[in-house]
Design a protein around this ligand. Structure first.
Ligand SMILES: Nc1ncnc2c1ncn2[C@@H]1O[C@H](COP(=O)(O)OP(=O)(O)O)[C@@H](O)[C@H]1O
Ligand SMILES: [Mg+2]
Length: 286
């Protein structure tokens, strides 16, 4: 299997504090891989090391076989990045923003026009090509950033919290776009603190907590490890007890075996949030 991202003992310290701690990671070609973790977990710092913006304090990183520290120029050709914060030139139009970026990648004029037209179609912004960035919606800005990241046809697309601050409908549109890019052959690495985003998009998810990966697998496997069914038992005036079972059948048996009482009992399928809470003892959004 071809490996697109590999890290070994990747670590970053700031002021003696390990914010990324001994990360061993392997992302395969054409996979959609997600880092799920709360604010401050070390997601952006990891991306900064993957994209050569920050040097690791310790450990190594390879992108498509190129060494992140020794071969940064080669590494930069391999990926496109959509940063967490809007980083477009607000006084320029959509097309001008893309054109500027294409020039930075030394794409010649004829090719630039062709690629920009193609990408504007791809992200469904052809009708807005001459609009100033300041005049378009947040979702459209995000799509411009995605188009910009794809301008040099990278094999790997890295997205740092791609839908933060977007409404539910716009978020789904971005999800569709990410899925389409992935099925068109692009490997996707994304970070998110939205559980449903990791669940909706990722083949595999690494749960990152205080700089460390505490669990890594497909959303389904992560749930299986915990139990596919949950019984929530709300004790009167008290906190809720969660019990996990391999399947609905065993959860049902448990519920039936309980003495009837005034307690409220809910049986449901487990989800990635349960996995996160059980692993870290807290909710992801905290
Ligand atoms: N340049 C920096 N200098 C000092 N501390 C930093 C720097 N960048 C990030 N940190 C700290 O590292 C931790 C992880 O930050 P970050 O990688 O941005 O997390 P996330 O993207 O998961 O929210 C945070 O505690 C943050 O304050
Ligand atoms: Mg971040």
């Amino acid at each position: 299997m071809q490996i697109m991202i590999k890290t070994e003992h990747l670590s970053k310290e700031y002021g003696g504090k390990k914010v990324v701690d001994d990360l061993d990671l392997q992302v395969n070609l054409q996979e959609t891989f997600g880092f799920l973790g709360p604010n401050g977990a070390g997601k952006t710092t990891t991306i900064r090391m993957l994209t050569t913006l920050t040097k690791p304090t310790f450990g190594r990183v390879w992108i498509n076989g190129f060494d992140g520290v020794k071969e940064p120029t080669k590494v930069k050709r391999e990926f496109g990045i959509v940063q967490q914060h809007l980083s477009l030139n607000r006084e320029l139009s959509v097309r001008e923003n893309l054109d500027l970026h294409a020039r930075l990648h030394h794409i010649d004029k004829a090719e630039r026009k062709e690629r920009i037209d193609e990408l504007l179609d791809y992200v469904d912004l052809a009708a807005y090509s001459d609009h100033l960035i300041d005049r378009i919606s947040g979702g459209m800005k995000r799509r411009v950033m995605i188009a910009r990241a794809l301008i040099h046809r990278p094999k790997l697309l890295i997205l740092d919290e791609p839908t933060v601050g977007l409404d539910a409908q716009t978020r789904r549109r971005i999800w569709d776009l990410i899925r389409r890019m992935n099925s068109d052959g692009t490997t996707v690495f994304l970070t998110t603190h939205y559980i449903e985003e990791a669940e909706a998009l990722c083949d595999r998810v690494g749960i990152i907590h205080q700089g460390r990966i505490i669990s890594l697998d497909s959303p389904l496997e992560l749930r299986k490890r915990l139990g596919m069914a949950v019984v929530e038992r709300r004790r009167s005036g008290d906190d809720t007890e969660y019990r996990y079972f391999p399947d609905r059948g065993s959860a049902t048996e448990y519920v039936q075996s309980m003495p009837s009482s005034a307690e409220s009992i809910v049986m449901r399928e487990s989800n990635l949030e349960d996995v996160f809470v059980e692993l870290t003892g807290r909710r992801v959004t905290e």
